[in-house]
Structure formats: C-alpha cells, structure tokens
Ligand binder design. Structure first.
Ligand code: UDP
Ligand code: MG
Length: 315
C-alpha cells in the first residue's frame, strides 16, 4: 500500500501566543511520521486563519513561506470554528488521501495521530478522537459537556460520545461531507451521518499551552443550541405533546367546574370562564404544534441533505 498523503488542518482564531509552539511540536511529529514512512512527503500542515484580529496571519504567512510542509489559508472574516475547519478540510481534500483536524492550541495530545494512522491503514474512512478522562478540563466544562451529550442523545441525534473535532477523515468521507450544503454547521452531528467504516481512538486532552479559550460560555451555549436546532425537530413535537396534555386536563377541569356549579358552590359565570380558558388554551397549543410539524418538514427539506451515499457496487 502506498504511504498516504495526510493534511493536518488547524483552524486558528487569535492564536498568536500558541502558533510558534504548535508549529514546532507538530513539525517534529511530522518529521517522525515521515521517517517512519507512515505519511508521504507531500503531506502538509494547513493553518486556517479565521479572521483573527491579532498577528496570527502574519505568523502563519511566515511559517508557510519558510517551510515547504506548511500551507496558510486566510479567511476574509471570522466565521467561527466549525466553518473555518470545514474550509480547511474541503481545501485539503483535493490534495490529500486523508485529513487530520486538530485545534491550534494542540490540546489534543499528538500521540493520537499514531492511533489515527493505524486505524486508517486498517481500512477506516473516519477515525474519531475520543477524549479519555478529560481531567484537564474544568469541572464546569466537563459537567456541561456531559449534560449536552445526554440531551442530544435523548433528542435522537447520533453523536460520538466525547468526540470533539479531532478526527481523521479520508478523501472519500470528505467528498461525502462536501455534499451537505447546510449553513448552520455542526460537524460533530454531521460526520456520523456519512456512515462508512469508522472507529474511535482514545487520547488524553492536555491543557491549553498559551492564550485563552476562544469558547467562552456564550459561544458554548450558542454552539450547543446550534447542535440541537440543526438536528432535531423534537422540540417542536414537545409543543404538540403539551397541547394534547392541556386538552386532556381541560376535560378534567370542566368536570370539576360543572360539578361545583351543579351543587351550587360557584358564583355566576365562574364555571363558564374556567372551562373556556382551558379548552381554548388546549386548542391553541395543539394548533401551534400542528403548524410546527409542517415547519419541521420544511426545515428538513431546506437542508437539502443528501439522501444516501453508495459505498460500493459489485458487478
Ligand atoms: N477557533 C476558530 N474560530 C473561532 C473560535 C475558535 O477558528 O471563532 C479555533 C481556535 O483557534 C482553536 C479551536 O477553534 O484552534 C478551538 O478553540 P479553543 O481551543 O479556544 O476551544 P476549547 O478548547 O477551549 O474548547
Ligand atoms: Mg482548546
């Protein structure tokens, strides 16, 4: 088997404090991989500058012009981690046999690459890096992440537990990923939809080497919300369910109100008012849920997701 051309893709947003160190460490790994004939000499390290406001692009430009194994891509403005990563992946797919994506702070321990290469050589098209203990993450980040994965599961979204965006994807997998035209990107949910042979490799996540997290709480919440709303119509169903529940309750309330009216325990008009409130509320909520069902269908249609991929044909 020929040694594969691997493109390492790293999205960078205001990472001037990390980049030099990241390059040195990754380049060392790169040299070892070449020496061990695990990757081809045409392999590259691709830095995607996601519209940084600091010196990130100047540093990337310098690295790319000085080193043959480095490529720099500058996005015109900040589009967020997911879109920046996708830009790097889709750029790389035409030149490589597979890509390995990592964060620019190299929190993902580089030894994971060995596991990736082994799994790839075993015939896997997608290899997910899965965080082991997450002991370097704050208790808060760990806790919220756990709740997030649980909620996503219960909403019926297929996620690989504790797998972030550190993964290997073959050319074939990338070509299929390119078929998804959606704008609200949530790669963690999208990649498992591709199918193909895949496996996971566990790794330890280190501390950020320098600078601070580009995912403050606000971005984390909006990322999680994107994940839910891009993949599930269950929240809409919840409204319909609630409507049915309120309608059923309204009959109970009606019986109660009628009984009190019949035994003369009510003031004039009370029973009528109470019954109307509950009945109308139930009908309104069911109607909202019904409209929601149609919106859910429209939402699924507008995504224009591919319906299937043919993996093999035997003739
Ligand atoms: N990032 C990006 N665009 C953004 C925010 C982040 O490209 O708008 C990159 C960032 O440079 C890093 C990766 O996304 O390479 C993950 O960010 P970070 O390490 O800050 O997240 P954390 O590890 O704290 O979840
Ligand atoms: Mg990080």
């Amino acid at each position: 088997m020929k040694t594969p051309v691997i493109y390492f893709v790293l999205p960078c947003y205001n990472e001037e404090e990390c980049l030099k160190n990241t390059y040195d460490r990754l380049n060392k790994k790169y040299d070892t991989l070449i020496a061990d004939s695990l990757i081809d000499k045409k392999s590259r390290i691709v830095f995607v500058d996601d519209g940084s406001k600091d010196k990130t692009w100047q540093i990337i430009g310098k690295l790319a012009s000085l080193n043959e194994n480095t490529v720099g891509i500058k996005l015109a403005h900040n589009v967020g981690h997911q879109s920046a990563l996708l830009a790097g992946l889709l750029f790389s797919k035409d030149y490589s046999d597979a890509t390995i994506s990592m964060d620019a702070d190299l929190q993902d321990n580089l030894n994971v690459v060995d596991g990736f290469m082994k799994a790839y050589n075993d015939g896997n098209e997608i290899v997910y890096g899965v965080r082991g203990s997450r002991k370097t993450d704050t208790a808060f980040k760990r806790g919220t992440a756990q709740v997030f994965y649980k909620i996503m599961r219960s909403l019926g979204v297929d996620l690989v537990y504790n797998a972030a965006d550190c993964r290997l994807m073959s050319k074939k997998a990338l070509e299929q990923l390119a078929e998804y035209p959606e704008v609200n990107l949530f790669l963690r949910g999208l990649v498992p939809l591709i199918g193909l042979n895949s496996t996971t490799v566990e790794y330890e996540r280190d501390k950020r080497i320098a600078g601070e997290s580009k995912y403050p709480l606000k971005k984390m919440i909006s990322f999680a919300w994107d994940g839910v709303t891009s993949f599930s119509v269950k929240p809409i169903r919840l409204v319909l369910g609630l409507g049915v529940l309120v309608s059923i309750l309204s009959f109970v309330v009606m019986i109660y109100a009628l009984v009190r009216w019949a035994i003369g325990q009510t003031v004039d008009g009370w029973a009528f008012t109470i019954c109307s409130i509950w009945l109308v509320a139930g009908i309104q909520m069911i109607s909202l849920g019904l409209i929601g069902e149609y919106i859910g269908k429209i939402y699924a249609e507008t995504k224009r997701r591919p319906r299937y991929f043919i993996e093999k044909v035997i003739k």
